[in-house]
Write a protein that binds this ligand. Structure first.
Ligand code: URA
Ligand code: URA
Length: 219
């Protein structure tokens, strides 16, 4: 268990189910018409809610098992993802595949998506207005999937999902929630490639995520 786990993981306190709120005005109206992940992918493909669509080659709504109980959320598509229309397919994506394998999950087991569904030009950080515009898609994805655990990858995904400015070193190693769903935070695989000393804490974080995933949910 990590040294900064000021909120110990208490599996017994986690009820099943999901409370979703806070979609807001326009978002919730549109989102109620999306009844599947495919509906969301179609909506993203024709989305003009922010300007990113105009510079992107492909939408990257997310990919994976539509029945996944384990969801990975990253920041935004990069160049490779924009080319292929798929999340985490570059170098960081290959590392993510290995990280998942370490907890006995394949990419076919999980659903992988990003906070932003179109690539920001030159991989710049997402702007707050872009996050706001794009958030109904992520909220609805989580609502439809109702996963047992969300693994937030990196500072941006973690701070955005959890609405905090706390640094990732403080957020990792303990349990959070996003719209009722348990969230575990860990380092972004791209950051791990630059800083191998984060491999150990990442290993601990994904073991924690695996524990949540394995917990038995009483009916
Ligand atoms: N980094 C991300 O945050 N998401 C991707 O899909 C690829 C790289
Ligand atoms: N900075 C990031 O953007 N992500 C991390 O995971 C760590 C540092």
């Amino acid at each position: 268990m990590s040294t900064n786990a000021d909120q110990p993981l208490d599996l017994a306190s986690l009820g099943p189910g999901l409370s979703v709120g806070g979609l807001g005005d326009e978002g919730s109206h549109a989102a109620s018409a999306w009844n599947s992940l495919d509906d969301i992918a179609r909506a993203v493909a024709s989305c003009t809610r922010c300007s990113l669509y105009s510079g992107a080659k492909n939408p990257v709504p997310g990919h994976g098992n539509p029945n996944a109980d384990f969801v990975c959320v990253g920041e935004a598509p990069g160049a490779n993802e924009d080319e292929q229309g798929l999340p985490f397919v570059g170098q960081a994506g290959q590392l993510l595949t290995k990280i998942l394998a370490a907890i006995n999950l394949t990419r076919e087991d999980v659903f992988i998506c990003n906070v932003l569904k179109h690539r920001p030009p030159g991989n710049r950080n997402p702007n707050p207005d872009e996050v706001l515009a794009c958030s109904p898609y992520l909220v609805r994805q989580i609502e439809l999937l109702r996963p047992k655990v969300i693994l937030a990858l990196g500072t941006f995904a973690a701070q955005t999902l959890l609405q905090t400015r706390e640094p990732i070193g403080k957020l990792r190693g303990r349990l959070h929630r996003y719209h009722g769903v348990p969230v575990i935070v860990t380092y972004h695989p791209a950051a791990l490639l630059r800083n191998p000393s984060w491999k150990r804490p990442t290993w601990e974080d994904v073991q924690l995520a695996r524990k949540l995933f394995d917990r038995v949910v009483e009916p």
